[in-house]
Design a protein around this ligand. Structure first.
Ligand code: XBP
Ligand code: MG
Length: 257
């Protein structure tokens, strides 16, 4: 069995609950600014999360919900420019009042750093969004704590494709059996598993709680903090209220032996 060398974190939904009150709001601000009548309610946004990536999600919205909306000649260019505005609104929101990290995230990252475990990010979101979240919600130079930040368009196919995990592991020079992924959704779990990573911890949130995630190595409602314990929803590894590095080593052993 390989040693656990790296923790690979998803961002949206895993590090922080960014979708409903962060990304969704930023999309709507960009739409209003562009004079569009598009309005993504929390419920509609839940359906749109079927597609990862902001540009891809806008195209999916048009295709599925606005078939009659008159397309501009350069639709891809139009969507790319809307998406740049959305990223500006999103990073402004983070700079002006951070979205908090989910319980236990900062504690777990600190423990992993202390132990010399490598840290990576594997996300479909835009790189600027990742650094804005880390800077505002974790620490001013927290992006430097990560040995690899794999994000957004650096790979052609976003999750559930495994590409972003494969890219991150190649950069780290690690094999899938040396890594553990931390995710919040079915798409994320599929991406990690198809990249060969057996050890996957999933912490669900409002948008993913109803998904079928029973094959995660450990399924939880959060990583847990003192006074706000984690509850195990699936998997056999003991959690004891808080996910620690010891818990993750046990998850890795259970998944890879
Ligand atoms: C979440 C996503 C992202 C964000 C929006 O990915 O699918 O597209 O919703 O970000 P993950 P962008 O959970 O893998 O972090 O608009 O920058 O794509
Ligand atoms: Mg996610």
């Amino acid at each position: 069995m390989s040693e656990l060398r790296a923790l690979l974190f998803d961002v949206d939904g895993t590090l922080a609950d960014t979708e409903r009150d962060g990304h969704r709001v930023a999309f709507n601000r960009a739409f209003r600014e562009a004079g569009l009548d598009w309005d993504w309610t929390p419920e509609l946004y839940g359906e749109l999360l079927a597609v990862t990536g902001g540009k891809e999600r806008m195209l999916y919205y048009l295709e599925r919900f606005r078939p009659d909306w008159p397309r501009p000649a350069d639709l891809a260019g139009f969507v790319a420019s809307l998406h740049r505005a959305k990223t500006r609104h999103y990073t402004d929101m983070l700079d002006n009042g951070a979205i908090p990290l989910r319980p236990g995230v900062a504690r777990l990252i600190a423990e992993a750093r202390e132990a010399g475990c490598l840290l990576g990010i594997a996300t479909t979101t835009t790189p600027d969004n990742v650094t804005a979240l880390l800077r505002n919600s974790l620490a001013p130079h927290a992006a430097d704590w990560f040995d690899v930040i794999a994000a957004g368009d650096i790979v052609p196919r976003k999750k559930p494709a495994p590409d972003i995990y494969l890219w991150a592991m190649e950069r780290l020079g690690l094999q899938p059996g040396e890594c553990l992924a931390l995710e919040d959704s079915r798409h994320g779990l599929d991406a990690a598993r198809d990249a060969g990573i057996r050890a996957v911890v999933v912490t669900v949130n409002g948008y993913t709680a109803q998904q079928d995630l029973g094959d995660a190595t450990l399924l939880l409602d959060s990583f847990g903090e003192p006074g706000s314990p984690a509850h195990r929803l699936g998997g056999t590894v003991e959690v004891g209220g808080q996910v620690t590095l010891e818990t993750l080593r046990a998850v890795h052993a259970a998944a890879t032996d």
